[in-house]
Design a protein around this ligand. Sequence first.
Ligand SMILES: [Mn+2]
Length: 322
Amino acid sequence: MSIFNTGINPFKKTKVVPIFLTITDDYSKYAAVAIHSLMQHSNPKRHYRVIIMYDKLSIANRWRLRNLVTKNCAIEFHKMKYNLYMQIIVRYCAKRSGSGDFFASAVYYYRAFIARLFPQYDKGIYIDSDTILLDDIGKMYDLELGDKVIAARVDPKVAMVPEFVEYVKNALDVPAKDYVNSGVLLMDLKALRKIHYITKMTDLIKEDAELVAPDQDYLNVILKGKIKHLNKCWNLQPEGEDAKGAKLLHFNLSKKPWFHSDINCGEKFWEAARGTGFYGDLMRGMEKYTQKDAEASAYQIRALIEKADKLSKVKEPLIKVT
Ligand SMILES: [Mn+2]
C-alpha cells in the first residue's frame, strides 16, 4: 500500500461505499471539490472509499488530494497500467486528437476498467469531476439495480438538441429517451465482469468508428436494455434545469462554475471549494479565463452538434454489438 493511500482497508470492511473518479493534473482541483462535497454530505455512520484512477498525477497533487481524508472517508490512488486494452484506447484517441473532439483523451475510458481492476467490489459508483454532492452518496449506492447492470440518468442534453436525438437514434440505434449520461454511474461490478464489458468495448473500439461521445456511446450501445434510469436528482444538470431537490449537481459540458460567475447553482461549487486547499488555484483559474477561452469552448460545442448532424445521416448504425 502506498503512502498516498489512507484509511479503511477495503478487504476488511464489507460495508464500505466505493466511489471512483478518473482524473488528470488539470482536473485535480475540480475533483477535490467533488470529493470534499461528498465527504461533507457523508453519513457519519458509514464508511466511504474514494478511489482516484489516473495516469499522470503529480506528487504535489496527490498529497493535496490525500489531505481531504476524513474519519470515515478514505482515499486511494490507482495508477492505470498500459495494458493491451489501454493500447487500443490510446491508439483510438490519438487519431481523434486535434479534431476539436471533447473526448479524445483516454481518461474518459478509465471508468470502463473499474469492474476488472477492482474485483474486491461487487457494486460501485463512478462520478465525473465536474459534480457536487448535496446529499449522502450512500443513498444512491443503496438503490436496487434489479436485473439491470448499471443505473444512469437519461441524458437531458440530448433531448435539448435535435441533432443529438437524430444521432443517437440513427448512428447508435438507441432511442433518445433511453440514451444515458455516463457522468454518474451506479454499477453492478459483478455483472459487468460477467459480460466482460472491457473486452466488449475494446472490440468495438477496434472497428474505429467516428462517434460524438465515444465512451458514453459505447456504454449505451453495449448495455442497451440493461440500464436502469436513475432519478434526475442524482445527476441534475443546473444549466437549463430547475435544481430543486437535487442530490448531485453535474456541471456537464460547456459552462463550468469555475470559469463563469453566472452559472445556476455556481455558488454551491464555491461553497464546497472552501477547505479543499485548492480555493486559491480555482480563483486564479477564473481570473485567467478570457473571452477567447469562452469562444473556443462554444466553438467546441458547435463542432460537436455539427458532427452529430453529419453522423446522423447514416443508413446503418455506426457500432453494433454482435
Ligand atoms: Mn461531466
